[in-house]
Design a protein around this ligand. Structure first.
Ligand code: ADP
Ligand code: ZN
Length: 745
């Protein structure tokens, strides 16, 4: 039976709401010229209008009796390459398309927010005529005359709001003048560009040094051929990576190609923005979470229209509708903030960047002083092209690093102390010389673990290379990877000492208070999540510090990256081992990364810098390697551990998390789901046991999880989809996090 064709064209549409399946609709003739893939449309679903996106355009309906689409939203289109990327993400991450389109389009764009429009006033007659009118009105309506005075002084025109402010006039006075024909009013679009009010100086490209030139040449080989290639720039802090990015972007720009420059949100500082602005002026769009809806919409439109050819932003900037994309850069590629962990899709923007590069034949540059093990491994395997920068680009020397054994300090102080003597005298001498210090506190590592007071080793799982976590509720030590449990022992299993104790971290506020108590005259600035809640406060605090209004900067992760303070000659890392106690396969990697990053903040000016690492485990291999700042040694050591325990880069890992209010039921469903996966996946997938999540209860919901190791992610995702149908009515929330950033939380 052949189908009756009621329409000339048909489309397949995925809805923004709950359905994952695409539905077919007919396209009325008058809409045919407007439709394209990726466009938002309104369609009837069970008698109601719903919105969705066209994922396919067809000549045949596939089945009879399709309904017509009701409306096309021409303003909202997902570009072709992004659409393809979205489909890949759905397949790889196993996330519904609607979630993916949601991150691809800012909500202001999805809702088709209007540009901010303002009234603009101009003269409707010659200056001479206005002067005459002004004399006439002076007595009768002095307000109107005053407005005319104002208008006689402006060049071409002025925003109504500004005019009213300038002349103390009212809207109705302006309106009467418009009625008289003396003035005209027009609606103009005002760009809410977050950059407009900032000063900058034009700078020119620096002459590249040998190492930089070498990296640059390699990048050009793929860029000039429009060939997809991922480059890894492994360069110590200050080695001139950013200069390479700037020059590569410049090459792309001159060839008419667009670029995306991704940075972790916290390094999106004024310093960084100014540096880009000084090279490229108006071609830049900047996206970050502190933009208002309207600002975000404007920046997005400037990118889509091709006015802005360079986008700088964090994670979601990878979805910018850049025209004729040629270059994608991921700075600090190892950063875990590139991974979306709060909601589906749980994508890693660095990996998505590489895929987008592939779909658009773009050159991709990943840069880091401490590349992720995955990326460096990919470079060694020849998947990425490696360029190493081993020297600082400017005259600054690498700082000297000292490890302070906090065990001695605790003995001396007869108990816990935040500061070692060496650090205190260091801070004091810097202050006396008018130099600055930076104190860094690793915010992670706040949970309780058990540490032997004598050998300072945290209690470890017998089966995994992770520390055990103390659970207050059950009074048990538990391994979060394999589920192993242990009653807190009376004696340390390592050295037999009796002084096993619970250990918890300290906060930045405590550090500030303690320092003030010791040195009341030393001025401090604290930068952490609490002091930077307001828009601009982060920048303001940093500016205060860089202009010398404080002697010591105290902070968390937020101060570790990308900042350039030439006056800082001492960096103190208060608890360099804090995060090592987190039972996570990435713990050592992230401790090494953060120490290296923060050490790089010292001695960026003419004076040589010093770094003091306070540690209760000074013999720990990661601390030792971080002190030498030798990434390659660390890489080899850690890679060997990853191979033994089969973690990335040797396999992919995924995490399934379950949550609900009924603890037993959550556990039961998690076990049942795991069982189904074991039945459906081949034996080269390894599925670890169900364990409580690192945060076992969040907002009255109990959380359980298990880890899946395997290489064929697409296969896992596919099976997951099939199985999840059977559990969709269980009342238990669950999700799959592919390439999870943490095996613990
Ligand atoms: P990274 O991004 O690797 O930390 P940057 O690109 O910020 O390094 O460079 C560090 C400092 O060295 C900056 O002040 C930068 O202006 C300067 N610099 C970079 N490349 C050169 C160069 N080729 N010649 C002189 N100075 C340079
Ligand atoms: Zn274990």
């Amino acid at each position: 039976m052949s189908l009756v064709k009621t329409y000339h064209k048909y489309v397949s549409v995925v809805l923004e709401i709950s359905l994952n399946k695409a539905l077919a609709y007919g396209v009325p003739d008058e809409l045919i010229s407007q439709i394209q893939k990726g466009m938002k449309v309104s369609v009837p679903v069970r008698g109601r209008l719903q919105t969705g996106y066209i994922i396919d355009i067809m000549e045949e309906p596939g089945f009879e009796k399709v309904l017509p689409i009701t409306k096309v939203h021409e303003q909202v289109v997902i570009e072709k390459d992004l659409f393809e990327l979205g489909l890949w993400m759905a397949k790889y991450y196993g996330a519904p398309l609607r979630n993916i389109f949601k991150v691809m389009l800012p909500s202001s764009v999805r809702k088709e927010a209007k540009h901010k429009e303002q009234l603009y006033v101009m003269r409707g007659q010659t200056r001479e005529q206005l002067r005459e009118l002004c004399i006439e009105l002076r007595k009768k309506s002095p307000g109107q005359a005053q407005i005319l005075d104002g208008m006689l002084n402006v060049k071409k025109g002025i925003l109504l709001t500004e005019l009213l402010e300038l002349t103390n006039g009212t809207r109705s006075q302006v309106k009467s003048l418009v009625k008289k024909g003396a003035l005209v009013m027009d609606i103009v679009r005002v760009d809410r560009s977050p950059l407009v009010n900032e000063d900058y100086f034009r700078t020119s490209p620096k002459e590249l040094n040998h190492e930089q030139q070498h990296a640059h040449d390699k990048i050009l080989t793929s860029l000039l051929q429009n060939r997809f290639q991922t480059h890894l720039i492994f360069g110590i802090t200050g080695s001139g990576k950013t200069e390479i990015y700037l020059q590569a972007i410049d090459v792309a720009l001159k060839r008419g190609q667009g670029s995306i420059m991704m940075v972790p949100e916290i390094s999106l500082t004024t310093q960084m923005i100014e540096r880009f602005r000084s090279r490229f002026e108006g071609s830049i769009a900047i996206l970050h979470y502190r933009l208002s809806q309207g600002e975000r919409f404007d920046e997005w439109k400037r990118v889509q229209s091709g006015e802005a050819k360079i986008v700088i932003g964090p994670r979601s900037a990878i979805f910018s509708p850049v025209q004729n994309l040629g270059l994608i850069i991921v700075d600090e590629e190892h950063e875990q903030t590139y991974k979306q962990t709060e909601e589906s899709p749980y994508y890693n923007a660095r990996d998505v960047a590489v895929m987008r590069g592939k779909f658009t034949d773009s050159t991709v540059i990943l840069g880091s002083a401490t590349p992720s093990l995955e990326s460096y491994y990919n470079a060694e395997e020849g998947k990425y092209l490696l360029s190493s920068l081993n020297n600082r680009a400017d005259t600054a020397q690498l700082p000297e690093v000292k490890i302070i054994d906090m065990k001695h300090e605790y003995e001396k102080a007869k108990g816990y102390t935040i500061f070692s003597d060496a650090l205190l005298s260091g801070i004091k001498s810097r202050w006396e010389k008018g130099e600055q210090s930076l104190l860094f506190l690793n915010r992670r590592g706040f949970h309780t673990s058990m540490i032997c007071q004598k050998c300072r080793e945290p209690l470890h799982c017998h089966h995994c290379d992770v520390a055990l976590t103390f659970h207050k509720g059950t009074h048990l030590l538990k391994c979060h990877l394999c589920g192993y449990e242990l009653y807190p022992p009376k004696h340390c299993p390592q050295c037999g000492d009796e002084s096993v104790l619970k250990f918890k971290g300290v906060g930045t506020e405590q550090v500030q208070k303690a320092l003030h108590a010791i040195f009341p005259d030393i001025r401090t600035v604290r930068v952490d999540a609490d002091t930077t809640k307001h828009k601009g406060s982060h920048q303001k605090l940093l500016r205060e510090f860089s202009s010398g209004k404080a002697d010591v900067l105290i902070g968390t992760q937020m101060i570790a990256k990308g900042l350039h303070f030439p006056q800082v000659t001492l960096v103190g890392v208060l608890n360099s081992d804090g995060a090592l106690n987190i039972p996570d396969f990435r713990a050592a990697e992230s401790v090494f990364q953060i120490i290296t990053q923060v050490a790089g903040r010292s001695g960026r000016g003419v004076s040589k810098g010093e770094v003091i690492l306070q540690s209760a485990m000074p013999e720990n291999a990661t601390i030792q390697l971080a002190a030498t700042q030798n990434y390659l040694d660390f890489y080899r050591e850690e890679l060997a551990v990853r191979e033994i325990f089969q973690y990335p880069p040797f396999t992919h890992i995924a995490k399934m998390t379950f949550s609900g209010t009924d603890c037993q039921k959550v556990l039961r469903i998690a076990e049942a789901f795991r069982h189904e996966l074991i039945k459906n996946l081949p034996s080269n997938f390894e599925i670890l046991p169900v364990v409580p999540s690192g945060y076992a209860k969040v907002k009255d919901r109990y959380r359980y999880q298990f880890i899946i190791k395997g290489n064929n992610i697409y296969y896992l995702t596919e099976k997951y989809h099939l199985i999840s149908h059977n559990f969709s009515k269980s009342g238990i929330r669950f999700n799959l996090d592919i390439d999870t950033s943490s095996t613990y939380f």
